[in-house]
Ligand binder design. Structure first.
Ligand code: ZN
Length: 163
């Protein structure tokens, strides 16, 4: 039995007692969260979010890529969100390698360079600041006044705001 098989089985139990249907698509708390994909960070529990309340966008590092800006633009313009929360975290895997070496490794094994930048960073707080600036500079967003960034401590569960 693969892990995927286990997940499908877990879903059968989940769906059997599911009672959360009928929610509207636009997030009821009008907020979008951009966070790292780290397995130790449960965005919903850490922020007290429930189904239907927020958009949660995740990738390696919680990096503000073009695709994150695409999703935030749709979130704000088509689904009425007005606030953005950025979350990086302590002990992030993105601080364990550097872009140039990783791209060289990919080129060596795959025979081509990726079209994307890996986005590794050595300084988590500085990367939050750069992410905040990238969001605030996005011309397609209609709400860039309420954008805040945080570092989540994977050992204490606490958020620290980056100003
Ligand atoms: Zn991470």
């Amino acid at each position: 039995m693969s892990v995927t098989d286990e997940l499908v089985a877990a879903n059968e139990s989940f769906a059997a007692s599911f009672s959360g249907g009928g929610l509207p698509g636009p997030p009821s708390r009008h907020v979008a969260v951009v966070a790292c994909m780290d397995a130790r960070l449960d965005v919903y529990r850490a922020l007290g979010l429930r189904d239907g309340e927020a958009h949660v966008l995740r990738n390696a590092g919680g990096v503000v890529t073009d695709d994150v800006l695409r999703s935030l633009t749709i979130s704000q313009r088509k689904l009425a969100t007005t606030e953005i929360v950025l979350i990086h975290h302590t002990k992030c895997g993105m601080a364990t390698f550097d872009d140039d070496a990783f791209v060289a490794e990919l080129e060596s094994s795959a025979g081509e360079r990726p079209a994307w930048a890996p986005g590794a960073f050595a300084d988590t707080e500085q990367d939050v600041r750069e992410s905040l600036a990238a969001v605030r500079a996005c011309a397609f967003l209609t709400h860039t006044d309420a954008v805040r960034g945080f570092v989540y401590d994977v050992d204490s569960g606490a958020l620290t705001e980056v100003t």
